[in-house]
Design a protein around this ligand. Sequence first.
Ligand code: HEC
Ligand code: HEC
Length: 424
Amino acid sequence: MTNKKYFWFLKVSSNLTFVADNVKVWKKQREMLTLRLNFKYFVKIKRMTMNKKTLLYFVLLVGFTFSSCLKEPKSPAPTGKTLSLPDVPYAYSSQIDIGRFGAPVIISNVNPENPDVTPDGATLGRVLFYDPALSLNNRVACASCHLQKNAFADGLAHSVGFEGKITPRNSMAINNPVLNRSLFWDSRATSATNLALQPAQNHVEMGMEDLDFLASKLSKIDYYPDLFVKAFGPGQITKENIGNALAQFLCSMTTMNSKFDKVKKNEANFTALEQLGSDIFNGSGKCRECHSGSNFMADDSPSGPYGGTTSSGLSVAGTANTGLDRYTVDEGRNNGSFRIPSLRNIAVTGPYMHDGRFKTLEDVIDFYSHDIQAHDDLDPKLKVNGVPIRFNFTELEKQALIAFLNTLTDEEYLTAEQYSSPFK
Ligand code: HEC
Ligand code: HEC
């Protein structure tokens, strides 16, 4: 090292030592000062008369209480957004007009396991549905995998849940769950109530295995005590009521205002293509034999074709094997049979089928047209002389079926404020 460089080296290093030493000194001085101040005030307080002391403690207490009142209410930690609810709750109800051709037919609850819906109960359910506090790591809400713009499906073949885990099946749309006796792709839930807390507990979806812990966690979030009091009365933050409120919200989610419904009420007309699609759907295409009733799903009533048990004693609960695969890949309900899902809002709920294998409705129609596999349990409706049926739809017929399916979209449902996130 040259002399000059050596000189600079010394200068820089001595400066550094100087700074470091000073930092130590400042730190020490600050400590001493705090100690001295503490001691000074300690002695002062000790010397005060009893009355003065009481007064001081009182002033401190009032000051402390006041300052904590002045603080903004803790914003909902998990979302970082503010909860914004209407002063008067929406008139949520489980009543649904399944009107058949002009005449309104109002039904309230086909499933005795479902709760009665009250405006305050469903409001609480709405908050819970959108709140990531329901997951163990505050990252996943029901709404993470159920997006309103997709009729509460999520546009992915498999959804991303707790800690990035991937769900084995495709997230389902939520269409009039109040009409369902069986839910999930394998019909394992028998009502909205029975379903509501399963996703929170599921280790892939939300990871909240201990529901008592969930109840105590929610009781510490500032907006919940009040919402629970309104919905259920005081002292009612329990896992049962969390499930009940979620089920109330689910049962209030009704979608019956698509073009199809308007045509039924003589408020709109099908185009010629949509009409052709409707004819195929209800006739030669056999679609209506499974996607039936006002919700375009299985008739799973106890006496319905997909209710109860098969002749071999297997429980069906609204499921069928559509011959997606020659051999069973996913058991589903039994041996590759899956829920016959509602087709309402189907244009916005892709990708399709329990594993999200089809990206578009064209793909689904192509499958029914010429690709049904000869599975042992293939539903008899999709067989002719014991082999898979080949509809071989023409291009026009395919387009017509799709045009008809597109009339099942209820635009209002996809944006309705009462089903949207209350966290703004
Ligand atoms: C990580 C993604 C994810 C989260 C979070 C999630 N779900 Fe789901 N949801 C799914 C998947 C996947 C299915 C289909 C599962 C199956 O059938 O096995 C499903 C199915 C459903 C269904 C059935 C619809 C039908 O017609 O049968 C409802 C209702 C539902 N979820 C509500 C909820 C509620 C309420 C929450 C919050 C407590 C929630 N989900 C959280 C992914 C999710
Ligand atoms: C034997 C009963 C049956 C018949 C007949 C039937 N389907 Fe299905 N459909 C099902 C079942 C079961 C599923 C779910 C299959 C799965 O995911 O494994 C399904 C799924 C669908 C889906 C995807 C739904 C979603 O949310 O992913 C569409 C679209 C559909 N069917 C349309 C049709 C059309 C159009 C026809 C007539 C050409 C038809 N179906 C005939 C039982 C049937």
